[in-house]
Structure formats: structure tokens, C-alpha cells
Design a protein around this ligand. Structure first.
Ligand code: PCA
Length: 199
């Protein structure tokens, strides 16, 4: 069994992206008996899902968990909804012309939150992944697998203390190791849920 875990490359003022760093660091790891296949995606509309679609076809994962940086988050955000909207230079566009308005995450979001709390990582359920690339990959993956029995969803992670101080800011942050611990706990819940569903 494999699980596909993606993060993003750095973008804008962020010199690194903890979502991509954590995803990459878990490539090849075994979580709950499931092998992690990870990918770091470009922060470019269309190029993101173009990387993910062939990986799903190649590896036939049992779930897809996407990660991204939320610049002002103070906890992990287990996103519940991806919407059919992308905003580019202040102009609204659908991600998929004629597609459903939204998809709910098909990951066991409450169980993921519980597992993360159990290991002492601040987390909450959230109901908007924004209108940029994070929402884009969440909606695009859920649309891609809408007809398949393949759980998919998204987790936003906070910036690290190093990233925040580098920008001269005094805002919430989370150590990379804590983010990683939380992501592993979340993925553990995903794998447990798949095993339960398959019994
Ligand atoms: N976060 C951005 C895009 C890439 C990333 O890591 C977002 O929240 O949309």
C-alpha cells in the first residue's frame, strides 16, 4: 500500500516551504505499514495537478494527502472544503469549467485532528483553503478522483520560526519537527481509516 503525500515549493517572500520540506523528508517512509511516495509541486496553476495526476496513475495510492503553507496559521489546518474558484490578479475563474461548486475532503478529518492532538500538535478543522494554489490542488485532486474510491484532502501548515524571523515578523509559527510530527499523525489516521474500511 502506498500513500501519496505532496507539498509545495517556496513561493513569494517565503525562502522555503515547510510543506514541501516535510513531504520530501517522508518520501519512502512507512506510516502504519503504508509506504509514503512524496512530491514537491510547483506553485503554478495547472502544473500542480499535472504533476499529481501521473503519480496517482503510476503508484495507485490508497489515499492522497496534499500539504501547503498557510502564512498566518498558528496550527495545522485540516481543510474540509475545496471550492471551484481561483483568483488571479483580482479576477475570479473556475478551476474546472462547469465543475461542482465544491468538494468536501474525503479524508477522515476528525480522526486526523484527534490523532494530531494526541501527539500534542496544535490543529483545527478549517472550512476554507483560500483561493490560491492550495485550494487549487485540493479541488483539482478531488475532482480528478471524484469517481474513484480514493480518499483525498489537504492540510495547511504554519510557517516555521526561522521563516517568520527571516521576514522580520513576530507572528505565530511552528517548528518543522512539530509540523512533521503532526503530519505523520494525520497520515496515520488516514491509513487506519483505510484499513477499517477494507475489513
Ligand atoms: N501555500 C499557498 C500556495 C503554496 C503554498 O504552500 C496557498 O496556501 O495557496
Amino acid at each position: 500500500m502506498k500513500i501519496l503525500l505532496t507539498g509545495f515549493e517556496p513561493w513569494a517572500a517565503w525562502s522555503s516551504n515547510p510543506s514541501g520540506v516535510v513531504a520530501e523528508s517522508l518520501d519512502g517512509a512507512s506510516i502504519g505499514g503504508c509506504e509514503v511516495v512524496s512530491a514537491v509541486l510547483p506553485v503554478v496553476h495547472g502544473a500542480d495537478i499535472d504533476r499529481v495526476a501521473p503519480l496517482i496513475a503510476e503508484h495507485e495510492p490508497v489515499a492522497v494527502v496534499c500539504l501547503g503553507l498557510h502564512g498566518s496559521a498558528s496550527a495545522l489546518h485540516v481543510e474540509r472544503v475545496g471550492i471551484n474558484l481561483k483568483v488571479i490578479d483580482g479576477v475570479d475563474y473556475p478551476i474546472v469549467e462547469g465543475g461542482p461548486d465544491a468538494y468536501f475532503s474525503t479524508l477522515p478529518t476528525r480522526a486526523m485532528v484527534q490523532r494530531m492532538e494526541d501527539v500534542g500538535v496544535p490543529v483545527r478543522l478549517t472550512y476554507s483553503a483560500g483561493t490560491f494554489l492550495c485550494n487549487h490542488i485540493m479541488y483539482s485532486v478531488l475532482h480528478l478522483v471524484a469517481e474513484d474510491d480514493l480518499p483525498a484532502g489537504f492540510i495547511h501548515v504554519p510557517p516555521t520560526p526561522e521563516l517568520v524571523t527571516e521576514l522580520g515578523r513576530s507572528q505565530p509559527s511552528m517548528a518543522l519537527e512539530t509540523i512533521r510530527t503532526g503530519v505523520v499523525a494525520g497520515v496515520t489516521a488516514v491509513v487506519e481509516n483505510i484499513k477499517v474500511r477494507r475489513v
